[in-house]
Design a binder for this molecule. Structure first.
Ligand code: G4P
Length: 287
C-alpha cells in the first residue's frame, strides 16, 4: 500500500502516536533492512523516549547478510534491542518474545518490587507503510490471536491482542511517515517501492539503480540478465536488458520502459540477490 503524505496526515499520525504511546511499555519499530535509516522516521525517538525500544530489521531475507550484521551492531550501539527478521516466518517469533521480556526487564523488576504480579508488557508496532507491520503482527499473534478490548483503565475502543500471559500488542500499528525530504532518502524509498510509483519516472529510477548496482554489487546484473557491465552508460545497460529479455516495441525498437519496470520488480522481489542500499555512516567514511 502506498501513501501520499501531506502535512495534515503527518500531524494526525503524530497525534495518534502520542496518544497510543502513553498506553505502552515497549515500542517495536520495524525498519526495512535494505534501507534501515531511510525507512525510519527519527521523530519516533522523541515520541518513544521513555519506553523500551526494539528495532526489527525486517525483510532481512532481501538484504545483504554482512550488512545486516553491520546494521544490527549500529542500532545496538545506540541502545536499541535489535533482531533481524523475515516477518513472514513464524520461526523467529520465539526469540522475539524472549527479547521483549529482556528489553522490559526493568519494568518487570519494578512491578515485582511494588507487589504487582503478572502485569503483561504492552507493546505497539510502528513503522512506515509497507515495511511489514501487518505481516509481523499476524506472525507474532499467530492463532492465539485473542483480542481483549475496553479494559478498565484502557482508553475506550483500543483493541489489544493477547499474545500470551506476558505480552499484549496494540492491534493497530502506528504508521510513521517517511522522511523523504532528503533526495537520497527519497530515491532509496522509491527503489524499494515505498513511494507511489505513479509519480515516479521508473526509467530514471532504474538507471540510478543500475549505476548503484554496477558500483556496489558488480556481477548482479550480468548474473541475472547476461549483460556486460563494463564501460557502459547506464542507459546502454538498460537497453541490453531489454534486448536480452526481448522487450521490444511494435516495429522492433527496444523498450526501455518495460525493461525498467522489469528491473525494479525483480530487484524488489529479491531476484537480483540480497542487496542492501545503504550502510551506516561510519562504514562509508572508512571506505
Ligand atoms: P505494512 O503493514 O507495514 O504496510 O506492511 P505489510 O505487512 O502489508 O507488508 C508489505 C509487503 O511486504 C507484503 O507484500 C508482505 O508480504 C511483505 N513482507 C513483509 N515482511 C516481509 C519480510 O520479512 N520479507 C519479505 N521478503 N517480504 C515481507 P505484498 O507484496 O504486499 O504482498 P505479497 O504479494 O507478498 O503477499
Amino acid at each position: 500500500m502506498n501513501y501520499q503524505w501531506y502535512p495534515g496526515h503527518m500531524t494526525k499520525a503524530k497525534r495518534q502516536m502520542q496518544e497510543d504511546i502513553k498506553l505502552i511499555d515497549l515500542v517495536i519499530e520495524l525498519v526495512d533492512a535494505r534501507i534501515p535509516l531511510s525507512s525510519r522516521n527519527p521523530d519516533i525517538d522523541e515520541l518513544g523516549k521513555n519506553k523500551a525500544r526494539l528495532i526489527l530489521l525486517n525483510k532481512a531475507d532481501l538484504a545483504d547478510e554482512k550488512k545486516n550484521r553491520l546494521w544490527r551492531d549500529y542500532f545496538k550501539n545506540q541502545g536499541f534491542y535489535v533482531i533481524e527478521l523475515d516477518a513472514r516466518k513464524h520461526t523467529a517469533m520465539k526469540s522475539i518474545q524472549e527479547t521483549i521480556l529482556d528489553s522490559c526487564k526493568e519494568k518487570i523488576e519494578r512491578d515485582k518490587k511494588r507487589g504487582i504480579k503478572n502485569r503483561p508488557i504492552r507493546a505497539m508496532v510502528v513503522g512506515i507503510p509497507n515495511v511489514g507491520k501487518s505481516t509481523f503482527i499476524n506472525s507474532f499473534a499467530g492463532k492465539a490471536c485473542a483480542k481483549t478490548g475496553n479494559k478498565p483503565g484502557v482508553t475506550k475502543g483500543k483493541q489489544w491482542i493477547k499474545i500470551n500471559k506476558s505480552v499484549e500488542l496494540l492491534d493497530t500499528p502506528g504508521i510513521l511517515w517517511p522522511k523523504f525530504d532528503d533526495q537520497e532518502v527519497g530515491l532509496r524509498l522509491a527503489w524499494i517501492g515505498s513511494l507511489n510509483d505513479n509519480n515516479i519516472d521508473t526509467e530514471e529510477l532504474a538507471l540510478e539503480l543500475i549505476s548503484f548496482l554496477v558500483k556496489e554489487y558488480p556481477g548482479a546484473l550480468s548474473g541475472r540478465y547476461g549483460v556486460s557491465e563494463d564501460r557502459k552508460q547506464t542507459i546502454e545497460i538498460l537497453g541490453e536488458i531489454a534486448e536480452k529479455r526481448s522487450l521490444l516495441r511494435t516495429g522492433g525498437e527496444i523498450d526501455r520502459t518495460r525493461a525498467a519496470a522489469l528491473l525494479m520488480d525483480e530487484f524488489r522481489s529479491g531476484r537480483l540477490g540480497r542487496i542492501t542500499l545503504e550502510v551506516p555512516q561510519e562504514e562509508q567514511s572508512n571506505g
